[in-house]
Design a protein around this ligand. Structure first.
Ligand SMILES: Cc1c2[nH]c(c1CCC(=O)O)Cc1[nH]c(c(CCC(=O)O)c1C)Cc1[nH]c(c(CCC(=O)O)c1C)Cc1[nH]c(c(C)c1CCC(=O)O)C2
Length: 351
């Protein structure tokens, strides 16, 4: 099926676009009253994730309501450890908990690997339903967590300010950490490939806990495995978003991926210099900028567009949108990107 809006794919490929494409990390979620209505009709977050028709419905909501240039499949990065045998619970107002954490070589040995991705059939079904319902309006993005971030949750057992149990493992049992990362990587590659087979037109890897590692550990325990994923995915563009990993941007230049996500702490010009001109950059407005006035949001958004320039940029926030953000403010961000970038981007050559 032909895409009516392929701006994001062309921007990822480095082609000129008539305007800058825009979407938001965590766009499908609590910012929208329409999401909260669907969410309150089910028993909990996991039921929503595991019911393809509903996951598809909330995936499409931001396309209809906010006018974004891509949909991202509604799911969670934690479905991967679950498929490997490490079940999570999503506690209201608190976040994820893993009743059984990974501690010993036996824990790692007992994980499912080769057949794990088959457990995630509900994600592939949600992608197929969404692709049909989108009818080519915008591309659908699939995603997974980076192996390091997944390890962090599996070892820590919940969110944490320091993730000190997970970081401790890298010092006390580096070989066990590598065995676990290797298994997560294998499952993640199979999972992402299955998302592509189901209809995902682009993929994003979320390394949410990149910024808590020292650079040498990041290189050894994260970039390496992200590189394996990038090498394995050959048919759709891949975005790597590693929150806080400013120190890794120059090594990301070597990854076989099309786009690097920047968080709001990263300087745009410095990041471009570190990564070079062969990749697209995504980001990076501070999610808190959307608490400002409409005028303020327009100013901040325009300043961001000017700093990135008209090509090789996919507009986004520097991390997920915060749940208490006013959807009209999000719309202001999206509309400003569309209007202002249409004015500054070079006109497309007419063929
Ligand atoms: C670290 C991480 C997780 N999940 C995810 C990440 C990486 C991105 C990031 O760094 O923010 C990724 C994710 N989680 C969710 C999406 C949906 C798609 C989208 O971006 O719109 C995506 C891409 C839904 C969700 N995942 C979660 C919700 C909220 C739960 C609810 O609606 O009840 C949603 C909509 C829950 C979740 N899931 C996770 C946590 C820590 C939490 C609790 C904190 C919170 O509530 O935001 C793990």
């Amino acid at each position: 099926m032909e895409l009516k809006n392929d701006l994001i794919l062309r921007a990822a490929a480095g082609e000129p676009t008539e305007r800058t494409p825009v979407w938001l990390m965590r766009q499908a979620g609590r910012i929208l009253p329409e999401y909260r209505a669907v969410r309150s009709s089910v028993s909990g977050f996991k039921e929503l994730v595991e019911t393809p028709e509903l996951a598809s419905e909330v995936t499409i909501q931001p396309v209809d309501i906010l006018g974004v240039d891509a949909a991202i499949i509604f799911s969670d990065i934690l479905v991967v450890p679950e498929a490997m045998g490490c079940t999570y619970e999503m506690i209201e107002q608190r976040g994820p908990i893993f009743p059984q954490t990974i501690q010993t070589p036996d824990d790692v040995k007992n994980l499912r690997v080769e057949e794990a991705h088959f457990q995630l059939h509900y994600v592939y079904e949600a992608i197929r339903i969404t692709k049909r319902a989108l009818n080519g309006r915008v591309p659908l993005i699939g995603f997974a967590g980076a192996p390091w971030t997944i390890l962090a949750y599996m070892v820590e057992g919940s969110g944490s300010k320091t993730f000190s149990k997970a970081r401790k493992l890298l010092y006390t049992s580096p070989e066990l950490a590598h065995t676990l990362l290797d298994k997560i990587t294998t499952v993640t590659i199979n999972y992402l490939q299955a998302q592509v087979d189901a209809g995902a037109a682009m993929l994003q890897i979320f390394d949410s806990w990149a910024g808590i590692l020292p650079p040498a550990h990041y290189h050894e325990f994260s970039t390496r495995y992200i590189a394996r994923i990038c090498d394995a995915i050959t048919t759709v563009p891949v975005t790597v978003f590693a929150k806080g990993a400013f120190f890794a941007l120059s090594e990301f230049a070597q990854l076989d991926c099309q786009t690097i996500g920047l968080d709001w702490n990263m300087n745009i010009a410095d990041s471009r210099a570190a990564i070079g001109f062969n990749k697209t950059l995504q980001g990076n407005l501070d999610p808190c900028a959307l608490y400002g006035s409409f005028d303020n949001i327009r100013q901040e958004t325009i300043a961001m567009l000017q700093a990135f320039g008209p090509t090789r940029h996919i507009a986004n926030l520097g991390h997920g949108v915060y749940p208490d953000t006013d959807p009209d403010k999000v719309k202001c961000f999206v509309d400003t990107i569309k209007e202002y970038s249409s004015k500054i981007n070079e006109p497309q050559s007419v063929t």
